[in-house]
Ligand binder design. Sequence first.
Ligand SMILES: [Fe+2]
Ligand SMILES: [Fe+2]
Length: 191
Amino acid sequence: MTRKPTREEAWQLLVEYVPSDSLQRHALAVEAVMRHMARRAGEDEEAWGLVGMAHDIDYERFPEQHCVKAREILDQHGWPEEYVRAVVSHGWGICSDVEPRSLMEKTLFAIDELTGLVTAAALVRPSRSVLDLPVKSVQKKWKDKAFAAGVDRAVIEKGAAMLGVDLAELTGHTIDGMRAVALEIGLKGTL
Ligand SMILES: [Fe+2]
Ligand SMILES: [Fe+2]
């Protein structure tokens, strides 16, 4: 039987599998951006948010089986297939062959890595904050491949193309989404 989890249930499950602060903050950042994007699109904010929160649930304990273990864990807890498919599809071409199809899936695919670049760009500001981070600062870091080298720019580009939005616009929405949880994700800085 499947049932939509509450946010509290999703969070309890996440912290059970993801003890690390940094990955918890990543989960909260992606959740916040997904909620922001869902609201803009008039879509199901709770579904998008929880999918965003849970997308890397298996990454800390099972990095070699990323996306595979996530399906197992979420299935075991009766999460709806729509949520589970979306979680797995964020690793399309990397750790899964499930292609993002729905708007929710394409959005997750596009913004996941982008939150990493926004985080890195915020942390090098004097304020160490996302609150005063302009889109331009993120764009400047785009071509500097040594900066936040772990962030796969090609995946973000692929995601933006899937959504049919330009990168500057997507970056702006990502920053806006993250601002709502700046304190929780450690990016309030001195502001
Ligand atoms: Fe992932
Ligand atoms: Fe992620």
